[in-house]
Design a protein around this ligand. Structure first.
Ligand SMILES: Nc1ncnc2c1ncn2[C@@H]1O[C@H](COP(=O)(O)OP(=O)(O)O)[C@@H](O)[C@H]1O
Ligand SMILES: [Mg+2]
Length: 231
């Protein structure tokens, strides 16, 4: 059994009675614990849709998605929310931090839902923020931080519940240069510590960190390469 098993997954968005968009078309792959994958492909090829399904934020229209041997499409909303909280850490391109809320409180947030006591929440959030080099920015609101710093807060928040899987949708989309290297080094360390990592990216440098690359095109999985070789 693999950690992630995606079989013939399709996602069709019904925009109106006449208009349907096939965002994913019969996608099949599996991911073992501890892998580091890049998901690449042109804009509109279905990358974010796939990420939402993998993250249990959405369910396939058809096909099967098994996470830890559980069929995600069969789970009720409460169980899905619990899986998102316990097993999955999300990092989004737009950071999705709460505005007018300190870095510390942003990182503590998932632990509230995770039922962690307040003292422990604060302790862990401080540790996580120091690990991403933000020990001196605990009380800063997002708008007082640079893009790279906000992204590091988002990474710290994604790690709050020590998730087995980290899903990042263009985590370097709004930053550049040295900041990209910092974010990628941090994500790489997390992978080496045992977290399974899936990163959507447009950036060749970023994709270069991953050992395996899935390529989507026109809603289909058209390549699955490990170290440059087709699997
Ligand atoms: N909520 C939605 N409703 C309708 N169509 C959508 C929705 N989300 C995505 N799509 C469509 O699905 C296709 C794939 O989108 P997306 O997964 O966002 O691609 P990517 O992340 O690769 O740019 C696109 O044609 C997009 O317009
Ligand atoms: Mg996208």
């Amino acid at each position: 059994m693999s950690l992630i098993e995606v079989k013939a997954v399709s996602k069709i968005y019904r925009v109106s009675d006449e208009v349907e968009t096939v965002a994913l078309d019969q996608v099949t792959f599996s991911v073992e614990k501890g892998e580091f994958l890049a998901i690449v492909g042109p804009s509109g090829s279905g990358k974010s849709t796939l990420m939402h399904i993998l993250g249990a934020l959405d369910v396939p229209t058809s096909g099967s998605y098994r996470l830890d041997d559980q069929e995600v499409g069969d789970l009720d909303e409460d169980t899905l929310a619990e899986i998102r909280n316990q097993k999955i850490g999300f990092v989004f391109q737009a950071y999705n931090l709460l505005p007018r809320t300190s870095a510390l409180k942003n990182v503590m947030m998932p632990m509230i839902y995770g039922g962690i006591k307040v003292k422990e929440r604060e302790k862990r959030a401080k540790q996580l923020l120091s690990q991403v080099g933000l020990a001196d920015k605990l009380n800063h609101w997002p708008n007082m931080l640079s893009g790279g710093q906000q992204q590091r807060v988002a990474i710290a928040r994604a790690l709050a519940m020590t998730p087995a899987i980290i899903l990042a949708d263009e985590p370097t989309g709004n930053i550049s240069g040295q900041q990209v290297t910092e974010i990628m080094d941090r994500l790489n360390q997390l992978n080496q510590a045992g977290h399974t990592l899936l990163i959507i990216t447009h950036d060749q440098e970023v994709a270069g960190y991953a050992k395996r690359t899935l390529t989507l095109k026109d809603s289909r999985l058209v390549a699955d390469n490990v170290n440059g070789r087709q699997r």
